[in-house]
Design a binder for this molecule. Structure first.
Ligand SMILES: [Zn+2]
Length: 324
């Protein structure tokens, strides 16, 4: 059985069980009078979970009108080609800068292999090409038309060049992909404060663009955020302001780490340590899983601190590229 949570307004959150982890990556089925949309596919290895969830929800393959991805990183879009075959009527919604790498994924695969290595890529599953004729371009102002429900595309670069968010006017919710960071619902509840971190991975991160995208989201009237990692969060302004604050600190600290000399690698290591300290909020003394957190909570903790190295590299590389 797929793990499905019904959110308000006919939105169904599916735990895509990315590489076997619970609570890490979510896809969302959205129902309108004119059919269904899926936002985010997860990696190719999650395609079985998506198909199972669709069956549980009673969605016939031809009732899925759109499969939309926020960007082409493989934990978000790796399953697009496989799922396109299973849902033959679905338009495949992806930003034009990402579309060509889904049609011919050779560069996407080569790049991902460099970042993740062979073992992780095996776990993500095989990326298969999508048919060019089925691609719909996710550009600013484009609309996914589900009859009584319209979902708008917002271009939100920064995490990557081809990143978009999807705004659902029916609920005031924003499917944020990685633009508003990575959110831990379990830890937020447990620590009684929002626990989230910006997602700034090398080699794609662009600081100025991410700030612009975040300020746009902060100034909007959205009522909640549907994070891909993971689940629904609110109030959105508090969460986005938290991310803007963290990003400001990390960019500043990244600059200082670079100025200390020693090169980009050393600077990234130093910044990663700062980011891990920040994730601990000073409440928790060790980088190990805090006492009393096991199972699902421990996995969320791991995900919050486990990616700091790649995020620190992203910030340092961006600063090195743009300074002087
Ligand atoms: Zn990403």
């Amino acid at each position: 059985m797929a793990d499905i949570v019904q959110l308000e307004g006919d939105i169904f959150q599916v735990d895509l069980r990315e590489c076997g982890y619970e609570g890490r990556t979510a896809g969302y089925f959205v129902r309108g009078s004119g059919g269904w949309a899926l936002v985010e596919t997860g990696p190719a290895s999650s395609a079985g979970v998506v198909r199972e969830a669709a069956a549980q929800l009673g969605i016939e393959p031809e009732q899925l009108k759109y499969i939309a991805v926020t960007h082409i990183h493989i934990d978000h879009a790796g399953g697009l080609g496989v799922l396109a075959r299973h849902f033959p009527g679905a338009g495949l919604v992806v930003h034009p800068k990402g579309a060509r790498h889904m049609i011919d994924p050779s560069r996407l695969i080569a790049g991902a292999l460099q970042v993740w290595g062979e073992e992780k890529m095996r776990q993500y599953g095989d990326i298969v090409p999508v048919e060019e004729g089925r691609v719909l371009h996710a550009v600013e102002g484009a609309v996914l038309d589900l009859g009584d429900r319209k979902i708008e595309v917002w271009e939100t670069p920064g995490h990557s060049k081809n990143h978009v968010c999807y705004y659902d006017a029916a609920t005031g919710g924003l499917f944020s992909g990685d633009a508003a960071g990575v959110y831990s619902p379990g830890l937020s509840q447990r620590l009684r404060r929002p626990v989230l971190r910006p997602a700034t991975p090398a080699p794609d991160f662009n600081g100025e663009q991410m700030f612009s995208s975040l300020l746009r989201i902060a100034a909007s009237e959205i009522k909640q955020i549907y994070f891909t990692h993971f689940g629904a969060g609110r109030p959105p302004r508090l969460l986005v302001e938290n991310i803007i604050g963290q990003l400001t600190v990390f960019m500043h600290m990244g600059r200082q780490c670079l100025q200390q000399g020693g090169g980009a690698r050393e600077a990234a290591d130093a910044l990663a340590a700062v980011m891990r300290r920040y994730a601990r909020f000073g409440l928790l003394e060790e980088e190990d899983v805090p006492a009393g957190m096991d199972g699902r909570m421990a996995q969320e903790w791991d995900f919050m601190v486990g990616m700091t190295k790649l995020s620190a590299q992203g910030i340092v590389q961006y600063l090195a590229k743009t300074s002087g």
